[in-house]
Write a protein that binds this ligand. Structure first.
Ligand SMILES: Cc1cc2nc3c(=O)[nH]c(=O)nc-3n(C[C@H](O)[C@H](O)[C@H](O)COP(=O)(O)O)c2cc1C
Length: 189
Protein backbone atom coordinates (compact mmCIF):
# COMPACT_ATOMS: atom_id res chain seq x y z
CA UNK A 1 0.00 0.00 0.00
CA UNK A 2 1.30 3.45 -0.75
CA UNK A 3 1.99 6.16 1.82
CA UNK A 4 -1.19 8.12 1.14
CA UNK A 5 -3.44 5.10 1.62
CA UNK A 6 -1.55 4.13 4.79
CA UNK A 7 -1.91 7.66 6.16
CA UNK A 8 -5.65 7.70 5.50
CA UNK A 9 -6.19 4.24 6.97
CA UNK A 10 -4.21 5.17 10.09
CA UNK A 11 -5.82 8.58 10.71
CA UNK A 12 -7.83 8.87 13.88
CA UNK A 13 -9.39 11.78 15.71
CA UNK A 14 -7.59 12.35 19.00
CA UNK A 15 -9.42 14.10 21.84
CA UNK A 16 -6.55 14.11 24.37
CA UNK A 17 -4.12 16.73 23.15
CA UNK A 18 -1.32 18.67 24.73
CA UNK A 19 1.53 21.05 23.75
CA UNK A 20 3.37 21.44 21.51
CA UNK A 21 1.11 22.54 18.70
CA UNK A 22 2.45 22.11 15.15
CA UNK A 23 5.29 24.38 14.09
CA UNK A 24 4.65 26.95 11.35
CA UNK A 25 6.19 24.86 8.53
CA UNK A 26 3.99 21.86 9.38
CA UNK A 27 0.97 24.13 9.66
CA UNK A 28 1.67 25.77 6.30
CA UNK A 29 2.04 22.38 4.60
CA UNK A 30 -1.23 21.19 6.18
CA UNK A 31 -3.05 24.30 4.93
CA UNK A 32 -1.64 23.72 1.45
CA UNK A 33 -3.16 20.23 1.66
CA UNK A 34 -6.52 21.73 2.71
CA UNK A 35 -6.36 24.07 -0.27
CA UNK A 36 -6.33 21.07 -2.64
CA UNK A 37 -9.96 20.30 -1.71
CA UNK A 38 -12.14 19.76 -4.78
CA UNK A 39 -13.84 23.08 -5.42
CA UNK A 40 -16.52 23.60 -8.09
CA UNK A 41 -15.71 26.72 -10.17
CA UNK A 42 -12.67 27.36 -7.97
CA UNK A 43 -14.62 29.66 -5.68
CA UNK A 44 -12.21 29.02 -2.78
CA UNK A 45 -15.20 29.28 -0.42
CA UNK A 46 -13.21 28.72 2.75
CA UNK A 47 -10.77 30.32 5.11
CA UNK A 48 -9.27 29.46 8.50
CA UNK A 49 -8.44 31.13 11.81
CA UNK A 50 -5.59 29.81 13.97
CA UNK A 51 -6.09 30.35 17.70
CA UNK A 52 -3.52 29.72 20.43
CA UNK A 53 -2.61 30.94 23.93
CA UNK A 54 -4.77 33.78 25.25
CA UNK A 55 -6.95 33.42 22.16
CA UNK A 56 -8.18 30.07 23.49
CA UNK A 57 -9.36 31.78 26.69
CA UNK A 58 -11.07 34.47 24.61
CA UNK A 59 -12.76 31.74 22.56
CA UNK A 60 -14.01 30.14 25.80
CA UNK A 61 -15.52 33.50 26.79
CA UNK A 62 -17.27 33.69 23.43
CA UNK A 63 -18.62 30.17 23.93
CA UNK A 64 -19.97 31.23 27.34
CA UNK A 65 -21.51 34.41 25.87
CA UNK A 66 -23.34 32.26 23.32
CA UNK A 67 -25.25 30.28 25.97
CA UNK A 68 -28.86 30.93 26.89
CA UNK A 69 -28.81 33.18 29.99
CA UNK A 70 -32.28 31.92 30.99
CA UNK A 71 -31.09 28.33 31.33
CA UNK A 72 -31.33 27.32 35.01
CA UNK A 73 -27.93 25.63 34.68
CA UNK A 74 -26.40 28.67 32.98
CA UNK A 75 -23.53 29.27 35.43
CA UNK A 76 -22.45 25.64 35.41
CA UNK A 77 -22.64 25.45 31.59
CA UNK A 78 -20.65 28.69 31.24
CA UNK A 79 -17.92 27.31 33.47
CA UNK A 80 -17.76 24.14 31.37
CA UNK A 81 -17.67 25.78 27.93
CA UNK A 82 -15.05 28.32 29.08
CA UNK A 83 -12.73 25.36 29.62
CA UNK A 84 -13.52 23.49 26.42
CA UNK A 85 -11.12 25.35 24.07
CA UNK A 86 -8.32 24.61 26.56
CA UNK A 87 -8.45 20.94 25.63
CA UNK A 88 -5.78 21.57 22.97
CA UNK A 89 -2.90 24.03 22.53
CA UNK A 90 -4.31 25.16 19.16
CA UNK A 91 -7.72 25.44 17.55
CA UNK A 92 -8.16 26.01 13.84
CA UNK A 93 -11.57 27.42 12.98
CA UNK A 94 -12.75 26.30 9.54
CA UNK A 95 -15.01 28.85 7.89
CA UNK A 96 -17.18 28.43 4.82
CA UNK A 97 -17.29 31.73 2.92
CA UNK A 98 -20.37 31.32 0.76
CA UNK A 99 -20.39 33.06 -2.60
CA UNK A 100 -23.15 33.63 -5.11
CA UNK A 101 -22.69 31.48 -8.21
CA UNK A 102 -25.20 30.34 -10.82
CA UNK A 103 -23.86 26.76 -10.88
CA UNK A 104 -22.52 26.24 -7.37
CA UNK A 105 -25.20 26.10 -4.67
CA UNK A 106 -24.27 26.69 -1.03
CA UNK A 107 -24.31 22.97 -0.22
CA UNK A 108 -21.47 22.36 -2.70
CA UNK A 109 -19.43 25.14 -1.12
CA UNK A 110 -20.00 23.64 2.33
CA UNK A 111 -18.87 20.27 0.99
CA UNK A 112 -15.68 21.79 -0.40
CA UNK A 113 -14.98 23.41 2.98
CA UNK A 114 -15.64 20.09 4.72
CA UNK A 115 -13.22 18.24 2.46
CA UNK A 116 -10.63 20.90 3.28
CA UNK A 117 -11.16 20.33 6.99
CA UNK A 118 -10.72 16.60 6.42
CA UNK A 119 -7.51 17.09 4.45
CA UNK A 120 -6.21 19.46 7.12
CA UNK A 121 -6.87 16.89 9.86
CA UNK A 122 -5.33 14.14 7.75
CA UNK A 123 -2.20 16.17 6.95
CA UNK A 124 -1.66 17.06 10.62
CA UNK A 125 -2.19 13.44 11.64
CA UNK A 126 0.27 12.27 8.98
CA UNK A 127 2.80 14.84 10.26
CA UNK A 128 2.62 13.25 13.71
CA UNK A 129 0.15 15.58 15.45
CA UNK A 130 -3.33 14.90 16.75
CA UNK A 131 -6.49 16.62 15.57
CA UNK A 132 -10.17 16.42 16.32
CA UNK A 133 -13.00 18.13 14.47
CA UNK A 134 -15.61 19.45 16.87
CA UNK A 135 -18.71 21.59 16.49
CA UNK A 136 -21.52 21.68 19.06
CA UNK A 137 -23.82 24.68 19.54
CA UNK A 138 -20.97 27.27 19.51
CA UNK A 139 -20.32 26.40 15.87
CA UNK A 140 -23.83 27.56 15.00
CA UNK A 141 -24.02 30.62 17.23
CA UNK A 142 -24.39 34.19 15.95
CA UNK A 143 -22.49 35.42 19.02
CA UNK A 144 -19.49 33.23 18.22
CA UNK A 145 -19.65 34.09 14.51
CA UNK A 146 -19.63 37.81 15.28
CA UNK A 147 -16.95 37.51 17.95
CA UNK A 148 -14.68 35.72 15.49
CA UNK A 149 -15.31 38.39 12.86
CA UNK A 150 -17.24 36.31 10.35
CA UNK A 151 -19.03 38.21 7.60
CA UNK A 152 -22.77 37.74 6.94
CA UNK A 153 -22.04 35.27 4.14
CA UNK A 154 -19.82 33.08 6.34
CA UNK A 155 -20.47 30.11 8.63
CA UNK A 156 -18.28 28.00 10.90
CA UNK A 157 -17.60 24.54 9.44
CA UNK A 158 -15.92 23.37 12.60
CA UNK A 159 -13.27 23.75 15.25
CA UNK A 160 -10.23 21.58 14.64
CA UNK A 161 -8.56 20.95 17.99
CA UNK A 162 -4.86 20.37 17.30
CA UNK A 163 -1.84 19.36 19.35
CA UNK A 164 0.39 16.51 20.39
CA UNK A 165 -1.39 13.27 21.26
CA UNK A 166 -1.27 12.72 25.01
CA UNK A 167 -3.00 9.35 25.00
CA UNK A 168 -4.32 7.73 21.84
CA UNK A 169 -7.98 6.83 21.95
CA UNK A 170 -9.14 3.29 21.10
CA UNK A 171 -9.51 2.71 17.39
CA UNK A 172 -12.94 3.44 15.94
CA UNK A 173 -14.22 0.37 14.07
CA UNK A 174 -14.69 1.01 10.35
CA UNK A 175 -17.54 -0.47 8.30
CA UNK A 176 -17.04 -3.46 5.99
CA UNK A 177 -16.92 -2.48 2.31
CA UNK A 178 -19.84 -4.81 1.50
CA UNK A 179 -22.04 -3.07 4.09
CA UNK A 180 -21.64 0.33 2.47
CA UNK A 181 -20.89 -0.33 -1.18
CA UNK A 182 -22.98 -1.97 -3.85
CA UNK A 183 -23.16 -2.03 -7.62
CA UNK A 184 -25.92 -0.38 -9.58
CA UNK A 185 -27.79 -1.72 -11.45
CA UNK A 186 -27.71 -4.73 -9.10
CA UNK A 187 -26.21 -7.84 -10.58
CA UNK A 188 -27.35 -11.36 -9.59
CA UNK A 189 -24.46 -13.47 -8.43
C1 LIG B 1 -18.82 18.21 11.12
C2 LIG B 1 -18.35 17.35 12.26
C3 LIG B 1 -18.57 17.77 13.55
C4 LIG B 1 -18.17 17.00 14.64
N1 LIG B 1 -18.38 17.46 15.91
C5 LIG B 1 -17.99 16.70 16.95
C6 LIG B 1 -18.16 17.18 18.29
O1 LIG B 1 -18.63 18.29 18.52
N2 LIG B 1 -17.79 16.37 19.30
C7 LIG B 1 -17.26 15.13 19.08
O2 LIG B 1 -16.95 14.42 20.05
N3 LIG B 1 -17.03 14.66 17.82
C8 LIG B 1 -17.39 15.42 16.76
N4 LIG B 1 -17.18 14.97 15.49
C9 LIG B 1 -16.64 13.60 15.29
C10 LIG B 1 -15.15 13.48 15.50
O3 LIG B 1 -14.43 14.52 14.86
C11 LIG B 1 -14.61 12.13 14.97
O4 LIG B 1 -14.71 12.07 13.58
C12 LIG B 1 -15.32 10.93 15.57
O5 LIG B 1 -15.12 10.93 16.97
C13 LIG B 1 -14.84 9.60 15.00
O6 LIG B 1 -13.47 9.44 15.22
P1 LIG B 1 -12.49 9.11 14.01
O7 LIG B 1 -12.36 10.38 13.21
O8 LIG B 1 -11.22 8.66 14.67
O9 LIG B 1 -13.14 8.03 13.20
C14 LIG B 1 -17.53 15.75 14.40
C15 LIG B 1 -17.27 15.35 13.07
C16 LIG B 1 -17.67 16.14 12.02
C17 LIG B 1 -17.39 15.69 10.61
Amino acid sequence: MNDVICAILNRASEPRLTAPAPDQATLDAAFQCAFTAPDHALLRPWRYLVIEGEGLHALGELFADSLDANDPNHAERCARVRQSPLRAPMIIVGITSYREHPKVPPVEQAMSAAVGMGYLALALDAAGYGAMWRTGSPAHSDVVEQGLGLADHEKISGFLYVGTVERAKPRVPRPEVADKVSRWPHTDQ
